[in-house]
Design a binder for this molecule. Structure first.
Ligand SMILES: Cc1ncc(COP(=O)(O)O)c(C=O)c1O
Length: 390
């Protein structure tokens, strides 16, 4: 990159793809491409079977009880919008309360604000402590008889904070079992093992491109009993049982929520990504990244004027920071000249930036291919940028 070794530290935005994923996608187009679920001929049947095998892989990967509860979407954003528009518009009324947190990505903010505008729900927030953890001491006060849903991220894409999702869900359900929980796992599935059954979440979402898979495919896991009661969100081909001039009946789960031709090759690519990371082992990935994170924290903390946001002990490989007196976008551009790719800005978390009292941060995020040389290169580049800007 710019004549230098590349230190790619933006996997939190989107991860690089293993050759196996690229090969799997290429193979679909090169050898047996067809539309799925429709054709009686060999290519279509074969690709349909492969597509459905990926659903099985995903169910196993997140410990979902059945493939009926695994719905393919375009990404996490679409999965959350699906819940907001199908479940939310059907079961929420004006005055019903939804609890979010101050650390949500816009993907888990905006769909609820749209619902607020559409039907007048009330949105409440779990605030943060100084170290970037959720202040869960306020949760009991936020839960009321009108609470219908609590939606929160499993891992913050800015602070790296790993939220105690299982305990939070247990606390919410012990207050009222009918409150629905939605966990945004976009940054969690990539860094460690996720077991949706053990978590007890009603909905869990993630996006393929951060999980070393292609863009254009994401997953909504939902508890079957809840999905059954939800109406379809989008209508079209592949999601119907029967269509007459007078009425339409819908396909059973999961197809009811998968209108139109899906991202076929991308789903196959996501399956290859899951095979790839499962082959390495999520526990190994977790340990590797923990070591790199510890190294990065130690080295970055030695840089004068560098402030890290999010200092909880339970943290995934995401480090947000500012450099005193240096605009974040200027630093990011200088880092780029030195072969270091980091993200700068609000990271789709403007409410969190407001809470932190900054316009934006720099963010280095770690993937399974990140090594200590990348961190050394980052720290050298920051020190040089500091000298240039101060
Ligand atoms: C925590 C979190 N939620 C949701 C998203 C949205 O992902 P996508 O754009 O793939 O829907 C992101 C992406 O950065 C994220 O980090």
């Amino acid at each position: 990159m710019n004549g230098k070794r590349l230190a790619f530290l933006d996997s939190g935005a989107s991860a690089q793809k293993p050759q196996q994923v690229i090969d799997a996608v290429t193979m679909v187009y090169q050898s047996h491409y067809a539309n799925i679920h429709r054709g009686l001929y060999e290519f279509s049947q074969r690709l349909t079977a492969e597509f459905e095998q990926v659903r099985e892989k995903i169910a196993k990967f997140i410990q979902a009880p059945s493939t009926r509860s695994v719905i393919f979407t375009r990404n996490s954003t679409e999965a959350i919008n699906l819940v907001a528009q199908s479940w939310g518009r059907t079961f929420l009324e004006a005055g019903d309360e939804v609890i979010l947190t101050h650390m949500e990505h816009h993907a888990n903010f905006v769909p609820w604000h749209i619902l607020k505008d559409q039907i007048g729900i009330v949105i409440k927030y779990i605030p943060l402590l100084d170290n970037g953890a959720l202040d869960l001491s306020v949760l009991p006060e936020l839960l009321t008889k009108k609470t219908r849903l609590v939606a929160f991220t499993h891992v913050s894409n800015v602070l790296g904070t790993v939220n105690p999702a299982k305990d939070m869900i247990a606390q919410i359900k012990s207050y009222a079992p009918e409150i629905i929980t939605l966990v945004d796992g976009s940054q969690a599935v990539v860094h460690g093992t996720v077991d949706v059954t053990d978590l007890g979440a009603d909905f869990y979402v993630f996006t393929g491109h951060k999980l070393y898979g292609p863009s254009g495919v994401g997953v909504l896991y939902g508890r079957e009993a809840i999905l059954e009661k939800m109406p379809p969100w989008q209508g079209g081909g592949d999601m119907i049982e029967q269509v007459t001039l007078e009425q339409v009946t819908y396909a059973p789960l999961p197809n009811k929520f998968e209108a139109g031709t899906p991202a076929i090759a991308e789903v196959i690519g996501l399956g290859a990504a899951i095979d790839y990371i499962s082959g390495i082992g999520m526990d190994h990935i977790f340990e590797w990244e923990k070591d790199i994170l510890g190294y990065a924290n130690e080295k970055l903390s030695q840089i004068d004027g560098l402030k890290i946001y999010g200092t909880t002990s339970d943290k995934a490989g995401i480090i947000s920071f500012t450099l005193k007196g240096c605009p974040t976008s200027d630093v990011a551009m200088i880092l780029d000249q030195m072969g270091v790719a980091v993200r700068s800005g609000h990271h789709c978390c403007q409410p969190l930036m407001e809470t932190l009292g900054v316009e934006g941060t720099l963010r280095a995020s770690i993937g399974l291919y990140t090594d200590k040389d990348d961190i050394d290169q980052l720290c050298d580049a920051i020190t040089k940028a500091q000298k240039m800007l101060m």
